[in-house]
Design a protein around this ligand. Structure first.
Ligand SMILES: C[S@@+](CC[C@H](N)C(=O)[O-])C[C@H]1O[C@@H](n2cnc3c(N)ncnc32)[C@H](O)[C@@H]1O
Length: 212
């Protein structure tokens, strides 16, 4: 029997909740060294492209257990503010246990409806989460509204769109979650007046940088 959109949404959120405690081990731990730096070079590449500076306010959408936290805090410093947003409470709770810095606010909300102040963030980063948004156009409207004029919008993965979509197809809970084709992504960004500065979709790395 086919699942309804609502059932798909709930089973996706349950999947992420059920994997919260092991998330960092699953994706970021280098088994040989035991350190959580398996994608160190990829993160350096990503953050060389995102123009973060001391004092910035940044929204990390679908933050999970907070793998981006150290990279963002290092750049925005204690003068900045980081919003860690996720719709899965156990992901957010694990994140909160790992990151005690005073300039982090944890937000349990859906990207489509999160009620952060309009035009309050210098950057909105969607790392490894965009395919999971149920209504991508609605999420774009909400997230771009949170961005300041001149702010930076980022969508990134450490694989190509083809690789990401293949990976999701093999996992029941997220098998419907797709990173749209480049033309659809361009239309989604254009519809909310974001200008694309960079669009990389290559084996091992996907990154869109756009300006409001
Ligand atoms: C593949 S995980 C990536 C987590 C983290 N960015 C990382 O790379 O480790 C996707 C995350 O997005 C969150 N997520 C999915 N759909 C969401 C939505 N509509 N609103 C907010 N968070 C969402 C999930 O709960 C999960 O934590």
């Amino acid at each position: 029997m086919q699942m309804t959109r609502d059932e798909i949404y709930r089973s996706r959120r349950e999947f992420f909740n059920n994997h919260a405690e092991m998330w960092l081990d699953m994706w970021y731990k280098d088994r040989a060294t035991g350190r959580y730096d398996k994608h160190g070079m990829d993160f350096e590449r990503l953050f060389s492209l995102v123009p973060l500076k001391p004092g910035d306010h940044v929204l990390d959408v679908g933050c999970g257990t907070g793998v981006l936290v150290p990279f963002i805090l290092q750049r925005i410093t204690t003068k900045g503010m980081l919003y860690e947003l996720d719709f899965a409470d156990r992901m957010l709770e694990t994140n909160r246990q790992l990151h005690k810095e005073e300039n982090i606010r944890f937000v349990l909300a859906d990207a489509e409806s999160a009620a952060l102040a309009k035009a309050s963030c210098d950057s909105v980063v969607c790392f490894s989460c965009f395919p999971h948004f149920d209504d991508k156009a609605k999420a774009m409207i909400n997230l771009s509204g949170i961005l300041k004029p001149g702010g930076t919008f980022v969508v990134s993965h450490f694989d190509s769109s083809e690789g990401i979509n293949k990976h999701h197809e093999s996992c029941h809970a997220v098998m419907h979650d797709r990173l749209p084709d480049q033309s659809v992504m361009r239309d989604l960004l254009k519809a909310v007046s974001l200008t694309i500065d960079l669009f990389i979709d290559e084996p091992g790395f996907y990154c869109i940088i756009a300006t409001k």
